[in-house]
Design a protein around this ligand. Structure first.
Ligand SMILES: [Zn+2]
Length: 59
């Protein structure tokens, strides 16, 4: 079994759900939940790179 021992970059809890991640100037950050991701994004918006998955916002 493959275990990813990731911890939330905001609160430090174990990350059990993959998908709440951000690309930043300082590398990829992973979060345990949408809330932590959102807060980190707010606090560090100047280092956040492309959040991706914005393709369907064209027009
Ligand atoms: Zn967290």
């Amino acid at each position: 079994m493959k275990e990813l021992k990731k911890t939330c970059d905001l609160c430090g809890l174990a990350v059990e759900t993959i998908g709440f991640n951000l690309h930043t100037n300082e590398g990829d950050k992973e979060f345990c939940c949408e809330g932590c991701k959102g807060i980190y994004q707010m606090l560090h918006e100047d280092i956040i790179l492309d959040t991706a998955d914005k393709d369907n916002e064209a027009n």
